[in-house]
Write a protein that binds this ligand. Structure first.
Ligand code: PDD
Length: 287
C-alpha cells in the first residue's frame, strides 16, 4: 500500500512526491536528517530529536522551513495517516534548489530549504529478536569527515561500513580513529566493565545520540556508574558486556567484537536492564 509522505508543505502519495535534481541535498549531500521512532503509535523523544535538528541546522547556517510545533504536527499526521503502530519517521531538510549546481551556498533568502518526511513501518521493533540474541560487530577505520556531531545525510561511509560487516558475516561495524572506538555506523558504542558503563565523551568525533543522552540519564538515576571516555577495541574485546544505542535499535546488546565472543555469547544483564528501563520510561513520555 502506498504511503502518504510530506514534501514542502504538502501531504501526498509517495508516487507523486518529487524533489528537484538541482536540490543541494541530492548534488552535495547538503542536508540534515533525524529519525524518530514510533511505539504504540506515539513518538519517542520527539523533543530531543527536534532540539538536535535545530543544532544541526544552526551549525550549517541553514534555515528551518517549519517551527518545532509544526514539525510535531507533521510527524503526528504522518503516523496517523499511515497507521504506524511501531516504526519510525524519517525527516530531511536540505539547502534546497538554487537553480544550478554551484559549490557556494545560495545567497541568503534566495532559496527555500527542502523538507521531506516519510514513515517506515517496523512491526516488532520493541520486541526485537536481535535484542534477545545480541549482535556481532567488526572494527573498521573511521575515515568520515570531522564534524560527525552534525547529523548530515553524508552516509556513504556508514553504508560501506555496514557492507564490510555483512561481508565479514557480522551485523554492524564499530569505527576506530587514532586507536579508539568512535561509534557504530549508525549508533553509539558502549562497553561494560563490572558495573561501570563506558562510552566515548561527546565531541565533534561522534553524533550526540538522543538515545545516548536518555540512557546515560536513566543509568545515573539508577545509581549505575558511568564513565565518558574513549576505549580501544582491545579493551572492548575484554569487556564484560557491550552494547549500542540508537533511535531505531534502542539498546542493542553486542555479543561479539572482531570474532571475540563476550561473556557466554548472550546479552548481558546491564544491556538488558537498560533496554527495559529505556522502553518503559520512553513509552511513558511518548507523545
Ligand atoms: N542513526 N551515531 C551515528 C553515526 C548515527 O547515525 C546515529 C543514529 C547514532 C544514534 O543517535 P540517536 O540515538 O539519536 O538515534 C549515533 C540513525 C538512527 C539512522 O541513521 O538511521
Amino acid at each position: 500500500m502506498s504511503r502518504i509522505v510530506y514534501v514542502n508543505g504538502t501531504y501526498l502519495p509517495e508516487e507523486e512526491a518529487t524533489v528537484s535534481i538541482f536540490d543541494r541535498g541530492f548534488l552535495m549531500a547538503d542536508g540534515v536528517y533525524e529519525v524518530t521512532s514510533v511505539l504504540d503509535g506515539k513518538l519517542i523523544d520527539f523533543a530531543g530529536h527536534a532540539a538536535r535538528l535545530d543544532r544541526s541546522l544552526r551549525e550549517l547556517d541553514m534555515d528551518s522551513p517549519v517551527t518545532t510545533e509544526e514539525l510535531l504536527e507533521i510527524h503526528r499526521r504522518l503516523v496517523a495517516e499511515n497507521a504506524i503502530d511501531e516504526g519510525l519517521v524519517y525527516l530531511q531538510i536540505t539547502r534546497g534548489n538554487p537553480g544550478d549546481r554551484d559549490f557556494a551556498f545560495p545567497e541568503p533568502g534566495t532559496t527555500a530549504p527542502t523538507i521531506v518526511l516519510f514513515t517506515q513501518a517496523k512491526p516488532g521493533l520493541a520486541d526485537s529478536p536481535a535484542a534477545k540474541k545480541g549482535i556481532r560487530v567488526i572494527s573498521i577505520p573511521d575515515v568520515r569527515w570531522g564534524r560527525r556531531d552534525i547529523k548530515t545525510v553524508q552516509l556513504l561511509y556508514p553504508s560501506l561500513g555496514k557492507m564490510m560487516a555483512k561481508k565479514a558475516g557480522a551485523d554492524d561495524a564499530w569505527m576506530v580513529e587514532d586507536g579508539f572506538v568512535t561509534e557504530g555506523t549508525s549508533n553509539n558504542a558502549y562497553i561494560v566493565k563490572g558495573s561501570r558503563i563506558i562510552t566515548r565523551q561527546l565531541g565533534n568525533e561522534i553524533l550526540h545520540g538522543i538515545t545516548r543522552a536518555a540512557i546515560l540519564r536513566f543509568a545515573r538515576e539508577a545509581q549505575m556508574e558511568v564513565e565518558e571516555r574513549p576505549f580501544t577495541v582491545d579493551e572492548a574485546r575484554e569487556a564484560d558486556e557491550a552494547f549500542i544505542t540508537s533511535a531505531s535499535a534502542f539498546v542493542m546488546p553486542v555479543v561479539e567484537i572482531d570474532g571475540q565472543v563476550l561473556r557466554d555469547g548472550t546479552p548481558g544483564p546491564v544491556a538488558r536492564r537498560l533496554r527495559e528501563l529505556y522502553l518503559d520510561e520512553m513509552l511513558k513520555a511518548a507523545v
